[in-house]
Design a protein around this ligand. Structure first.
Ligand SMILES: [Zn+2]
Length: 194
């Protein structure tokens, strides 16, 4: 039963435990976005059992979001590159994918930077070996970018069920006319709502 904690500005902050939720509720630091959900969760808490759905709460007072320096770990790189080989575009499961140093470390490339590491399938990585992409006619789908400050972005990628709940929440904030037009919610909406 994940709990998505939003800033007062509705920007996602974190996924918290239910124990933390109880603490925040007790301290009156958070509010539910939906009155029906509030009643339901309070009834569930009184019976000491919470359901499976995602609960969304928001802080009553905005906090400054700490800048979290994320490491370009294998896990984070797979999330950034959407489990997709950045050379041929094939999508794969974790074990089928490798992390490639665009400029090989043996040729002076940075060993641990967001900009010099991409997800590559075994085939492309084997073909590339210790050469530069251009030397073996490989081209990157996009320039590798750092996501060090986009914590919420990774947070939502890591918790698909939370992302769905969050997107539903944003969709419900659209006007009926916009919904009818099928306006989609940009993934990084925090700026628009913040
Ligand atoms: Zn590939």
């Amino acid at each position: 039963m994940p709990v998505l904690l939003l800033n007062a500005s509705l920007q996602p902050l974190n996924v918290i435990s239910r124990r933390r939720l109880v603490v925040l509720l007790t301290k009156e630091r958070v509010a539910f976005l939906d009155e029906g959900v509030r009643r339901q969760v309070e009834a569930e808490l009184a019976q000491r059992r919470l359901g499976d759905g995602v609960i969304v709460v928001r802080l009553l007072r905005n906090i400054t979001i700490p800048r979290r320096m994320l490491r370009p770990s294998r896990r984070n790189l797979l999330l950034r590159d959407d489990h997709t080989c950045q050379y041929c575009g094939v999508r794969g499961q974790g074990p089928e994918l490798t992390i490639d140093h665009v400029i090989p470390v043996s040729r002076g490339g940075a060993s641990s930077s967001w900009e010099n590491q991409v997800v590559a399938c075994r085939r492309c990585n084997g073909r590339k070996a210790d050469r530069l992409p251009a030397e073996v006619n490989l081209r990157l789908a996009r320039a590798p970018y750092p996501v060090a400050h986009e914590y919420a972005h990774l947070l939502l990628l890591r918790h698909p069920e939370v992302r769905t709940a969050y997107e539903d929440l944003l969709r419900s904030a659209l006007t009926p006319a916009a919904r009818a037009r099928g306006v989609s919610i940009p993934f990084q909406i925090s700026a628009a709502l913040g």
